[in-house]
Design a protein. Structure first.
Lengths: 205, 230
């Protein structure tokens, strides 16, 4: 479903990576690894259509990304380092408006918050929550969104051990239902069947 | 029964509600440009002259210059916090048309800066002994003009959002575009004070607003995409 053909990206005329090809179909999980500065976030932002490759092309369901951008974005959920959670808003308010940006959700906001262990904290301002709890608010979007493609940049940051296990289960379940997950992390994951992609600084992947 | 809501209208409504809620929770920040506006108005009679006749001559231009500067002050904040916490990237990556979302953000920005400024302006008129004939045209010109300023400021804010301390650059970019609004806004009030009909400059202000309403959302959406590409 998601295919990269010989993509290259350069920032200020410095190549970040080049000649990268990969192909993911329904049920695939891809873990992108590499040292800091190897271009993991850049690759994820390319896949999320936030950046466009300098060379090569990215196809979604066989069609170049640029041609069906609206459809692709309906089918894609991107959670970056800064996932867009406002400190002044409560978890419920944050999720309710983020959900309304995309296609209608699968679960209710309250159910999703309860599932990530934030029951009872729906109405407190997010800036009073811990870093891990704020990350959980963002991760609750995975339960809301009907998107087939999940692009997660360091989703395990600040998450405790139980949370990691729950998130792994959620990712496996999504893949089992035919979804695609692309993620970066420095942790060793308990995801059977995950594919690995190691990026090296300024080199070929 | 109402027709099911379109995803676009749902997204725009949610964004409007969110930005208004945020504005209300960050009242202090939002009040800054207004406090600046009132403060300058109290300082002018002290610093220049308390003589009513002299002040009345200055008032139309003074009020408009202050409105422009306080609008410039607030323009910088339009996208800044959304950029820092990643909201902007979520907006750009959403399947909804970005220019509509931008328009919603600018509308809220005007509701919390331009509109209060317009409503507050009669008070400043009194402080600066504006002749009675000037009040109506002043409020009309400020209502039209500040909306145009918000739309123009959004383009500059979008261009400079990813630049650290882009405030100065923002001023340089939008200042020339602010000029026509200032000229026609101030002359609408001046003409009314001089006993002429202010409809000419007001019509030009309306045209400026219509034009910026057409151009700014697209220019701002494009500028946001460029800024996030870095």
């Amino acid at each position: 479903m998601l295919e990269c053909r010989e993509i290259a990206y350069e920032r200020d005329y410095v190549p970040v990576f080049s000649g990268l090809s990969l192909s993911l179909s329904g049920g695939d999980m891809l873990q992108v690894s590499g040292p800091n500065g190897a271009g993991k976030t850049t690759l994820l932002r390319l896949l999320a259509s936030s950046l466009t490759p300098s060379e090569g092309e990215i196809l979604w369901r066989g069609i170049p990304l640029g041609q069906r951008l609206g459809e692709f974005r309906n089918d894609m959920l991107y959670l970056g380092h800064q996932p867009g959670i406002k400190g002044a808003l409560s978890p419920r308010e944050n999720l309710a408006w983020l959900e309304s940006l995309g296609a209608p959700g699968r679960e209710t906001v309250d159910a999703a918050l309860a599932a990530v262990g934030l029951a009872g904290l729906e109405d407190v301002p997010c800036h009073t929550l811990s870093a891990g709890q704020q990350r959980r608010v963002a991760l609750a979007r995975l339960r809301l969104s009907p998107a087939a493609l999940w692009i997660l940049d360091e989703p395990f940051t600040a998450i405790d051990r139980d949370g990691v296990a729950a998130l792994e289960a959620l990712i496996l379940e999504h893949a089992r239902q035919g979804g695609i997950v692309v993620l970066t992390t420095h942790q060793a994951l308990g995801l059977p069947g995950v594919r690995l992609l190691a990026l090296e600084p300024h080199g070929r992947a | 029964m109402a027709a099911p809501e379109l995803p676009v209208t749902k997204a725009v409504r949610a964004l409007l509600a969110r930005d208004l809620t945020l504005a209300i929770r960050h009242r202090g920040e939002m009040a800054n440009p207004l406090i600046f506006f009132v403060m300058v108005a109290t300082l002018v009679p002290l610093g220049v002259t308390p003589e009513a006749r002299e002040l009345a001559r200055l008032a139309p231009g003074m009020i408009w210059v202050m409105a422009l500067l306080s609008s410039l002050l607030s323009a910088e904040t339009l996208f800044l916090s959304d950029h820092r916490d990643g909201t902007l990237e979520q907006l750009v990556l959403s399947p909804q048309p970005l220019w509509l979302l931008v328009l919603a953000k600018v509308l809220v920005h005007w509701l919390v800066t331009g509109l209060p400024l317009t409503l507050l302006s009669p008070l400043l008129g009194v402080m600066l002994s504006l002749p009675a004939a000037g009040y109506g045209p002043m409020m009309a010109s400020l209502a039209l003009g500040t909306a145009a300023l918000s739309l123009i400021g959004a383009i500059g804010a979008a261009l400079t959002v990813a630049i650290p301390r882009g405030g100065l650059l923002l001023s340089l970019i939008v200042m020339p575009l602010y000029m026509p609004v200032l000229i026609f806004g101030a002359s609408a009030v001046q003409q009314a004070v001089d006993g002429m009909a202010p409809s000419g400059p007001l019509a030009v202000l309306g045209a400026l607003l219509a034009f910026s309403c057409l151009m700014s959302p697209f220019a701002t959406a494009g500028a946001l995409r460029v800024s996030l590409h870095g």
